[in-house]
Design a protein around this ligand. Structure first.
Ligand code: PEP
Ligand code: MG
Length: 758
């Protein structure tokens, strides 16, 4: 069964289009279960009806026409119950609905299973048979498994408008194609798609028109010739050791790369206007699709050979290419899994929006995009990345929507949103030099998170009172080796000088998780539970010491440095880091630098550190809550995983209680307690943090004015009352609604839309 199941899924996945995929599905299932009919009904949510979309065994003319209301018939019952229904004499069932057009009069046995994706019923898959009988358990399990697999294909087709197109009643106008993902950085970006792709990833090669057809043909011919030569040499080298059949393999490869075989097909596509890499991808993919759909196992295996050929030719085509995309002055960066360096490589002032197929709003890429004030949508799993090069688009970072080739009306609507936002920002500028103080005179310091993207002048212009978190991994991410101590000293010194006399909290290297260095790869099954942050730097004291010494040397003259340790889970790690820091301090002093021992603090971002916050606070000068990781670890939600992104919520009662505990523990030891996770810049959370007693909040530069606005509209008394109220609530949803209502009542409703993230 497993083998059949795999085969069906593979065939369905490699179908030319969605309609064909459904047809393959019904045919193969009917055959596999040796039953007379198999059909797929999809739910047209707009009209609350199931539509027959494919069938083997029912009237083929009914496809696309027969519609069954959601609350009627056995189909409706399967959808409503959200579980399989298996009956031997369907026509006797009280829910049986007579639909003469489908031609099912002779069928008695019925087994139907819902097709569910992310808790939503998308349709119903049924099998039928003339003899009255119950399908057995293994047949039922088979159908349920297939339906679960089919669900993601249908969800993809729905998201891309393909399904609605098939309903015929819907009118998907060209130019209104939308995709949705996780809203990850607010704002609206209007511009042109620029696809970032990995070199040597054939499936990731974007479509692009050929700039010069002749040049592209020449490039391809050279790549084909080099690949043929490779196979000739390989064949010769292995010759004596190979049996006869295998000897000819390399000759076959060479012939396939000939100008008369695959080569001819690729050249034909180039002549039609595609660039060589795109033409290669199309030809290889179509052959692979065909081979993978064949019954013959030997021939199916040949798909691997074709892929291999394609990769080799691609390697030659990309040999002299640095995969730097062609940026435009309104670049919308798109990629499968974008990284911080992808963002950093876009020339200054050219990045208007970011779209990533993977990741969530808590991924570091999203955090950096927010710091740069660039509208971002993450986790857009359905988007056809390689078709989007040079496409005009609008990215709505508030609601996570992407509009491809927007119509004039859509464009105008968004221009209006942009204007409104500018107006709000302008009106908030007057708050720049005002303190973040409540109406009853409770003052809290607002600091900035820096790293990539937030330039110093932007932070100062926003009224930041210092740097609450400098993510030092940024200079490490943007190089092809560890930066030297001197390189680091220069970078750190610039930052300390620009903010002097305000304090700058530098965090020691926090790589691992979703931040891996290209030159120091860490491959793990569970990277967020693995070798990360302080665990790496304590295992590599040479990296840690070089960094701390560079910070200390940079602090001469300014004396505004604070150092913070990430991912601490145990006091032993604090003791060891302090020992190394003291050593570094003594070394730098011995070198003749006139420095002071900086304040040292610890990030509380792991549950164990919450419970040991007091013991940790005893050892250091300050604590800083990292609500991003704390939420991830308390709720067991991978912050980088699109599938569970909806579960990531820092307003979860467990997170709020943990934060409260951290503040209390720090204050019991008389230490400063701050928070530097994204929550600090969320208007819905800021009053709660204030009431908890945090001494400072550190956030993106763009959030400072907005948070100041919130704080200045309330009294500490009111904030404390709100905190008490939400601490009595049992779910993040209730807490969020409660806080949104409070902001609304205070006349700050416009911030809620701007603050929406996930
Ligand atoms: C955090 O975890 O809250 C934090 C500020 O650190 P980062 O997002 O860089 O992991
Ligand atoms: Mg963290």
């Amino acid at each position: 069964m497993l083998k059949t199941l795999r085969r069906i899924i593979q065939e369905v996945a490699s179908a030319e289009d969605f309609k064909e995929a459904l047809n393959i599905m019904v045919k193969r299932v009917a055959k596999a279960l040796d039953t007379q009919a198999c059909s797929i009904f999809l739910l047209d949510r707009g009209r609350s009806e199931y539509v027959l979309m494919a069938t083997q065994g029912l009237n083929p003319h009914a496809v696309g026409k027969v519609r069954i209301p959601v609350d009627q018939g056995l189909i409706g019952l399967v959808g409503e119950r959200e579980e399989p229904i298996n009956i031997d004499e369907a026509h006797k069932h009280p829910h049986f609905l007579q639909v003469p057009e489908v031609g099912e009069d002779n069928y008695k046995a019925f087994l139907g299973t819902p097709i569910i994706y992310h808790r939503q019923v998308l349709g119903v898959l049924i099998v039928q048979q003339e003899e009255p009988r119950r399908y057995d358990e293994s047949e039922e399990a088979f159908l349920v498994t297939l339906a679960a697999q089919l669900a993601s294909i249908i969800a993809h087709a729905e998201a891309t408008g393909v399904v609605a197109n098939l309903y015929e009643t819907h009118d998907i106008k060209q130019g209104n194609l939308t995709y949705s993902g996780i809203p990850s950085s607010p704002g609206v970006g209007m511009g042109c798609g620029v696809v970032v792709y990995q070199l040597l990833d054939l499936d990731g090669v974007p479509d692009r028109p050929a700039e010069d057809i002749q040049t592209e043909i020449e490039l391809l011919e050279a790549a084909l010739a080099s690949s043929r030569e490779d196979f000739r040499i390989l064949g010769e080298r292995l010759h004596p050791n190979l049996p006869l059949a295998e000897q000819s393999l390399f000759e076959v490869y060479q012939r396939m790369l000939d100008a008369s075989d695959l080569g001819a097909e690729i050249i034909q596509l180039i002549r039609e206007g595609h660039w060589a890499q795109g033409a290669l991808r199309k030809v290889i993919q179509s052959h692979v699709r065909h081979l993978e759909s064949l019954e013959d196992e030997y021939l199916r295996e040949r798909a691997i050979d074709i892929k291999d050929l394609g990769h080799r030719v691609l390697g030659y085509l990309q040999r002299n290419e640095k995969a730097l995309p062609k940026y435009t002055d309104k670049t919308i960066l798109i990629g499968e899994q974008l990284t911080a360096s992808d963002i950093a490589e876009v020339p200054e002032g050219c990045l208007v929006a970011v779209i990533s197929a993977k990741g969530s709003s808590s991924s570091h890429v999203a955090i950096l995009a927010r710091a740069m004030n660039v509208p971002t949508v993450m986790g857009v799993s359905d988007i056809p990345i390689y078709e989007l090069q040079d496409k005009e688009m609008i990215v709505d970072g508030y609601y996570g929507q992407i509009y491809i080739n927007p119509t004039e009306a859509v464009r105008e609507e968004f221009q209006h949103v942009v204007l409104e936002e500018r107006k709000l920002d302008k009106s908030l500028q007057v708050l720049r030099d005002k303190p973040a103080q409540t109406k009853d005179k409770h003052r809290i310091a607002l600091m900035v998170n820096t790293g990539l993207g937030t330039d110093v002048s932007l932070s100062l212009a926003a009224g930041a009172e210092g740097v609450g978190l400098y993510r030092t991994e940024t200079p490490f991410l943007m190089r092809d080796r560890f930066p030297s101590g001197e390189e680091q000293r220069i970078i750190y010194k610039q930052l300390l000088a620009s903010f002097s006399p305000r304090s700058v909290t530098m965090r020691t290297l926090d790589i691992g998780g979703d931040k891996s260095l290209p030159y120091f790869p860490v491959k793990e099954d569970n990277p967020f539970l693995g070798w990360r942050g302080i665990r790496i730097t304590l295992d590599h004291p040479e990296i840690f010491l070089v960094q701390v010494r560079a910070m200390l040397r940079a602090s001469e003259t300014y004396h505004n440095l604070r150092i913070m340790l990430p991912m601490i889970t145990d006091v032993g790690e604090v003791d060891e880091a302090l020992r190394l820091m003291k050593k570094a301090f003594a070394d730098v002093k011995d070198e003749g630098y006139s420095i002071e021992m900086p304040e040292v603090g610890v990030m509380i971002e792991v549950p164990s550190a919450v419970y040991q916050a007091r013991a940790i606070a005893k050892r250091v000068d300050f604590l800083s809550a990292g609500s991003n990781d704390l939420t991830q670890y308390l709720l067991a939600v991978d912050r980088n995983n699109t599938r569970v992104a909806n579960l990531f919520d820092s307003l979860h009662p467990a997170v709020l209680r943990a934060l409260l505990q951290v503040v209390e523990a720090g204050h019991q030891e008389g230490k400063h307690v701050s928070i530097c996770g994204e929550m600090a810049g969320d208007p819905v959370a800021v009053l709660l943090l204030l009431a908890m007693g945090f001494d400072s909040l550190s956030m993106n530069a763009s959030s400072i004015a907005r948070m100041k606005w919130v704080i200045r509209q309330f009294t500490l008394k009111k904030a404390s009352q709100l905190l008490q109220e939400v601490l009595g609530m049992e779910s993040a949803v209730m807490i969020r609604c409660h806080m949104e209502l409070a902001l609304e009542k205070a006349g700050l409703g416009s911030l809620i839309r701007a603050g929406k993230r996930s």
